[in-house]
Design a binder for this molecule. Structure first.
Ligand code: ATP
Length: 280
C-alpha cells in the first residue's frame, strides 16, 4: 500500500478531451507513449523508433500534470499505478529493496502500464550530501536499479512518468533516465478560456456569459486555481438562496438556483488568488 492508486484503463474517467489547452503536450505524449503502447509492432524495427522508457512532466503547481498522467493512461489503454515520492521515502524506511522489487514485478504483470511518480524530486532528487537520509538514498538507488533491470521487451510497455515542480532538484542520473522532458506551463488568456469552458460545461450560466472577460482577468491562475475560483463562484447563488430563505422565514426549501454570472467570479477572486507568485 505504498502505491496510492492502481486503476485499469477503462476506469480512470479522464481523457485528453477533458483537459483544456496543453494541445502541444497532449500531441507529444500521444506520439511518445500512446502510439508505442497501442502499436508496439511499429516500434520493433530498426534503431530510430524506440518506445520511450521515461518521461518527465515539469512546471508550476496545479497546471494539470496529474490530470495529464491519468488521461494518458486512458488514451494509451494502459493500467495506471500512482506513487508519491514523499510518501515513499517517509513511510517506508528500511524496506527499499523489497518495495521497489514488489513495485516493478507488479508493474510487469500489469503491462501495458504507466507508473506515475508524483513529486519525483523527493524520491529521486539530487544526492543530498551528508544530511540525506540513508533510507532515501537506498530507495533511490534501488528504484534506479530496478528500472534499469527491466528487460527490453517488458520495458516497451512500462513507462515511468515523473512529475515535479522542482526539476532543478533532480539527480543527473534520473534526468538521464527521463530522456523526454515536457514543460507544462501556466495557461495564457486563450488557454484559460479553453479550461474555463471545460470546467463550466455543465453549469447553469447566464446567457451570453463572457468567457473572454473572465479569461482576461485571471492572469497567473493555473488550471487548479481556475477550478477553485469556479467552485467559490458557484457557492454565491447557494448562499444567496439560503439568505433569502432565512429572511423570508419560510420552511419550504427551494432548489432553484439563479444562473452564475461574471460578477460571481469577479467577487470570488477576493477569496481565490493565483497560487504561483513571481514576487522575489
Ligand atoms: P501539482 O503540481 O500541485 O501536483 P498538477 O500539475 O499535478 O499539480 P493537477 O493535480 O493535475 O495539477 O490539477 C489539479 C486540478 O486542476 C485537476 O484535477 C483539474 O480539476 C484542474 N485542472 C488543472 N489543469 C487543468 C486543465 N488544463 N484543464 C482542466 N482542468 C484542469
Amino acid at each position: 500500500n505504498f502505491i496510492s492508486a492502481v486503476v485499469p484503463p477503462g476506469e480512470i474517467g479522464v481523457k485528453f478531451d477533458d483537459i483544456g489547452a496543453l494541445e502541444d503536450v497532449k500531441k507529444t505524449l500521444d506520439e511518445l507513449v500512446t502510439l508505442p503502447m497501442r502499436r508496439p509492432e511499429l516500434f520493433s524495427h530498426g534503431n530510430l523508433l524506440r518506445p520511450c522508457k521515461g518521461v518527465l512532466l515539469f512546471g508550476p503547481p496545479g497546471t494539470g500534470k496529474t490530470l495529464l498522467a491519468k488521461a494518458l493512461a486512458t488514451e494509451a489503454g494502459a493500467n495506471f499505478i500512482s506513487i508519491t515520492g514523499s510518501t515513499l521515502t517517509s513511510k517506508w524506511f528500511g524496506d527499499a529493496e523489497k518495495l521497489t522489487k514488489a513495485l516493478f514485478s507488479f508493474a510487469s504483470r500489469l503491462a501495458p502500464v504507466i507508473i506515475f511518480v508524483d513529486e519525483v524530486d523527493s524520491l529521486l532528487g539530487a544526492r543530498g550530501g551528508a544530511f540525506e537520509h540513508e533510507a532515501t538514498r537506498r530507495m533511490r538507488n534501488e528504484f534506479m536499479a530496478a528500472w534499469d533491470g527491466l528487460r527490453s521487451k517488458e520495458s516497451q510497455r512500462i513507462l515511468i512518468l515523473g512529475a515535479t515542480n522542482r526539476p532543478f532538484d533532480l539527480d543527473d542520473a534520473v534526468i538521464r533516465r527521463l530522456p523526454r522532458r515536457i514543460y507544462v506551463d501556466l495557461p495564457d488568456a486563450q488557454n484559460r478560456m479553453k479550461i474555463l469552458k471545460i470546467l463550466l460545461a455543465k453549469e447553469n450560466l447566464e446567457s451570453d456569459f463572457k468567457f473572454d472577460e473572465l479569461a482576461n482577468c485571471t492572469e497567473g491562475y493555473s488550471g487548479s486555481d481556475l477550478k477553485n475560483l469556479c467552485i467559490a463562484a458557484a457557492y454565491r447563488p447557494v448562499h444567496e438562496l439560503l439568505e433569502e430563505e432565512k429572511k423570508g422565514g419560510t420552511s419550504s426549501k427551494s432548489t432553484h438556483l439563479r444562473p452564475l454570472k461574471l460578477d460571481d467570479f469577479i467577487e470570488a477572486k477576493a477569496k481565490v488568488s493565483p497560487s504561483v507568485s513571481y514576487d522575489a
